[in-house]
Design a binder for this molecule. Structure first.
Ligand SMILES: NC(=O)c1ccc[n+]([C@@H]2O[C@H](COP(=O)([O-])OP(=O)(O)OC[C@H]3O[C@@H](n4cnc5c(N)ncnc54)[C@H](O)[C@@H]3O)[C@@H](O)[C@H]2O)c1
Ligand SMILES: N[C@@H](CCC=O)C(=O)O
Length: 586
């Protein structure tokens, strides 16, 4: 009674098209011959709203849960983190410890290092998983990410927070806005953006014609190289391409392996099929060289420093020139910054100073968007300095690994290498006649990697400290004569290679307009009377141009279009009866 012609047709289709069980192969043809299953309705994703954050106020229940989360990760010694390739967990490899940056003697995780063969295995697994994954309708792929978002909001919230706090040295506030809120937002907003993208279709079809656009994933696989500083960024770097039907080889940062592995576990529990995302921590150059030499490499999704992105960009260009690849790889890279605050004399100075404190020192200045150069008018310097220094003096550096440290405002920097670089920046400032340490300047690595929030002042508007990204809790101020406001805007625009974020603090509208105009290309994220950090998914689309990246705007629909290769289909309903045009008279 159910075998109507339509149902029968669908069931025949299914029977003929279902056997997609993949076999191992490195050949390019593996990623062809896909089919989309029926959807039987046009689905709307659930409504989106930014994930609310918990406050962790004194005596709240969430503190107890968090302490439990920390214990779960630390009570039984280091967590064993395998490679995950095609769903297989591989432990039998060289071990590299991930330590707690607050307490460098504490090993949090024993992480495995991928060999060249492992990387090859990950590439094969990504190719093998591709057909089935891309053939799944968007709503099925979306459901995996929506479920993962839900798991992080509930069951895994405290484990995720604990892993990010301990491993990456974040206080609970910073961990909550990153590893919970931003991460969930990326997954949920991407689902809505993807559905909107799929619904974008050619605006016109001539009579007797139906024009359609098909959002094919890229033909090969995607390589995701992720930074230490945001668990959410890692999630987006792997999640955005995977949602669009791509499969991914993922090289996480050695300093974020614990939280990144928790993320992978969550995705597995949410139903992500084996091989869609392959986790290969390892020596960065070894892993990368192996991946970039594969003909099926289709895209790089990178976030990290400008120099590393430049080196990958050149290697890929070199390989393009050698005809290694089947297609032109897409290069999506968000990189460094030298972000500014420009304070106009009309600004509310207390607000500007406190915003500078947050912009410069939240998460120890280890945000790509952290404020690292600030320009203050002469008449306001004393007031600005007093407010900023008084508040900086109240900041206590806390050890994130002990529960008394959970409350702190700042913690450690990420690793020894970063500590060494930042302490040298401070030591060099002591002997530089053009620099003065206004506040802070202490540092110690006896227990963890602690660098005190530091305010420097330079007398030289062209000083190197106003140009170089330090990626730590150090901000350099330059005090300008009021009459030179316009000139200083041009200096901000031209004196660094970056173009990531920046802010104007002013009440005078003319000053705001002038800053917006002059600094049009100096920042991909421009703030008026707000700090240069803290972009929220769906609200402030994130990314900068110039040497700050390809500006594909994480947190917007735009980024998803980089991971699809659109096919246009024209179907004609009109059958020809003559080859001649009406204008061809006999
Ligand atoms: N613009 C943005 O959206 C954004 C966001 C976060 C961080 N960042 C930038 O990231 C940097 C800090 O993060 P980080 O310390 O993790 O950056 P990083 O460049 O040191 O590392 C990023 C990733 O690249 C890998 N890597 C390092 N050297 C490599 C090599 N030679 N070949 C291949 N891969 C290599 C690392 O292992 C890591 O996975 C800062 O410059 C910051 O501004 C930018
Ligand atoms: N969403 C973040 C991105 C920081 C990059 O490291 C911000 O704007 O603060």
């Amino acid at each position: 009674m159910f075998s109507s012609p339509a149902v029968a047709r669908i069931s025949v289709l299914r029977r003929t098209l279902l056997p997609l069980s993949p076999q191992s192969s490195t050949s390019i043809s593996r990623v062809k011959n896909f089919v989309n299953f029926s959807q039987l309705a046009s689905f709307k994703p659930p409504p989106i709203k930014n994930e609310p954050t918990l406050e962790f106020s004194k005596g709240s229940l969430e503190w107890d849960y968090l302490k439990e989360g920390i214990l779960q990760l630390t009570d039984n010694g280091p967590i064993d983190v395998p490679l995950v390739i095609g769903g297989q967990k591989i432990y039998d490899r060289e071990i590299v410890p991930q330590v707690n940056p607050s307490n460098k003697k504490q090993v949090l995780a024993n992480t495995r290092q991928a060999t060249k063969d492992d990387v090859q295995g990950a590439i094969i697994a990504a190719k093998d998983a591709k057909n089935k994954w891309m053939s799944m309708p968007l709503h099925e792929r979306s459901a995996v990410f929506l479920k993962a978002a839900d798991l992080i909001s509930t069951k895994y919230r405290y484990k995720m927070l604990a892993a990010t706090m301990l491993g990456q040295g974040k206080n609970v506030f910073q961990a909550e806005i990153d590893a919970v809120a931003e991460l969930i937002d990326f997954f949920k907003f991407n689902v809505t953006y993807a559905s909107e993208l799929y619904s974008q279709q050619p605006l016109e079809s001539a009579p007797g014609v139906w024009n359609r656009a098909e959002y094919r994933p890229l033909e090969g696989f995607v390589y995701a190289v992720t930074p230490f500083n945001f668990t959410a960024i890692a999630a987006n770097l792997i999640g955005a391409p995977a949602l669009m039907g791509n499969t991914v080889v993922w090289k996480p940062s050695a300093s974020a392996i614990l939280s990144n592995y928790v993320l992978l576990e969550v995705l597995e529990e949410a139903g992500l099929p084996a091989g869609v995302i392959n986790f290969v921590p390892g020596e960065p150059k070894l892993v990368t060289d192996e991946v970039l030499d594969d003909p099926c490499f289709s895209a790089l999704h990178f976030t990290g420093s400008t120099n590393v992105f430049k080196s990958l960009y050149s290697k890929i260009s070199f390989n393009v020139n050698k005809d290694i690849y089947r297609e032109f790889p897409r290069l999506v890279g968000e990189t460094g910054g030298k972000n500014f605050h420009i304070i106009h004399p009309s600004a509310n100075i207390e607000h500007a100073a406190l915003s500078t404190l947050r912009g410069s020192f939240e998460y120890q200045g280890q945000k790509c968007s952290a404020t690292s150069r600030v320009f203050i008018p002469e008449s306001k310097w004393e007031q600005f300095k007093a407010i900023l220094s008084d508040n900086m003096n109240q900041i206590q550096q806390t050890n994130i690994s002990s529960s008394s440290g959970f409350h702190g405002f700042v913690g450690p920097v990420i690793h020894q290498q970063s500590y060494d670089k930042l302490s040298k920046v401070i030591e060099d400032a002591v002997t530089d006649p053009e620099l003065e340490i206004v506040s802070g300047g202490k540092h110690s690595d006896s227990i963890g990697f602690f660098v005190q929030p530091t305010l420097l002042r330079t007398s030289n508007a062209d000083h190197e400290y106003l140009k170089t990204e330090f990626f730590g809790p150090i901000v350099t101020a330059y005090v300008y004569p009021e009459a030179e406001f316009s000139a200083i805007l041009h200096k901000i625009d031209s004196s660094t290679k970056y173009g990531l974020t920046g802010s104007i603090f002013a009440r005078d509208r003319n000053a705001i307009v002038e800053a917006e105009e002059t600094l049009r290309y100096a920042a991909g994220n421009f703030y008026i009377n707000d700090k240069s950090t803290g972009a929220v998914v769906g609200q402030q689309w994130f990314g900068g141009a110039r040497m700050s990246g390809t500006n594909d705007k994480a947190g917007s629909a735009n980024i998803l279009s980089r991971f699809v290769s659109v096919r246009n289909v024209k179907e004609n309903f009109y059958e020809l009866k003559d080859y001649k045009y009406p204008s061809n008279f006999d």
